[in-house]
Design a protein around this ligand. Structure first.
Ligand SMILES: [Zn+2]
Ligand SMILES: [Zn+2]
Length: 190
C-alpha cells in the first residue's frame, strides 16, 4: 500500500480506472492522487479545491462483485460561515463500496436495501471507474457550517465590521426582539 501514483491531468482518468480482471484473489492495493479538475465536480464545488484528493484502499473481488474499502482525504477552501474569511477545511472519509457487474441480480437486491452499509456502483465487466465514487464522497465532505475558529466573533450585524479584527460599539438588538431570534437561526443559502 506504499505505492502512490502521482497523477498528472493527462493520466488522471486512467488512474481512476481499474482493470477488474487484474484484481487478484488476495486483493489489490490502490493509491492515487487525483487533481480536482478530474473529478468533474459541480462548478461551485470545483472552485473550492486546489489540491489533489488522495485515495488509498484495497480492492477485493467475490465472483463478479468488486469491493473497495479505503480512505479519501483532501482540502477544500470555503468561507467561514460567520465572518466569510476563507478557511481551509481538511476532510478524511472512510469509504466502503461495492461495484456490481452491469444489470446483475445482486445489484437489484442490493438496491432494495440488502447491502445498506455499502455505497453501490457498477462496473462494466472489464473495468471499473472510481470517479463517481470519489466525486460523491468529496461533495458529501464539504463542511456545512465551516468556521475559521471555534470562537469566531463573526461580522457585526449592524455595521458589517469583522469583529475578529476589531471590536465595534454597535448596539446589538435586545435578545427578545423577533429579529434577534431570526438572526440566531443562522440561515444559509443552500
Ligand atoms: Zn470566521
Ligand atoms: Zn458594528
Amino acid at each position: 500500500m506504499k505505492r502512490v501514483a502521482l497523477v498528472t491531468p493527462r493520466q488522471a482518468d486512467h488512474a481512476l480506472v481499474v482493470d477488474v480482471v487484474k484484481i487478484p484473489e488476495e486483493g489489490l492495493a490502490y493509491a492515487a492522487e487525483v487533481a480536482p479538475e478530474m473529478l468533474r465536480l459541480p462548478q461551485e464545488d470545483a472552485m473550492t479545491m486546489q489540491t489533489p484528493v488522495v485515495i488509498r484502499g484495497l480492492f477485493t473481488k467475490v465472483a463478479q462483485q468488486v469491493y473497495f474499502h479505503g480512505r479519501l482525504h483532501g482540502v477544500v477552501t470555503v468561507p467561514c460561515s460567520r465572518c466569510l474569511e476563507m478557511v481551509q477545511s481538511h476532510f478524511v472519509t472512510e469509504v466502503r463500496a461495492v461495484f456490481f457487474p452491469p444489470a446483475s441480480v445482486a445489484a437489484e437486491e442490493a438496491q432494495q436495501g440488502v447491502t445498506d452499509e455499502l455505497d453501490l456502483y457498477e462496473h462494466n465487466g472489464v473495468t471499473l471507474d472510481l470517479q463517481p465514487l470519489v466525486r460523491d464522497q468529496v461533495v458529501l465532505s464539504f463542511p456545512v457550517q465551516p468556521l475559521c475558529r471555534d470562537d469566531c466573533a463573526g461580522l457585526c450585524q449592524v455595521c458589517g465590521n469583522n469583529r475578529n479584527e476589531r471590536p465595534c460599539t454597535c448596539q446589538v438588538e435586545r435578545k427578545d426582539s423577533p429579529f434577534a431570534v431570526l438572526k440566531q437561526l443562522n440561515l444559509k443559502p443552500s
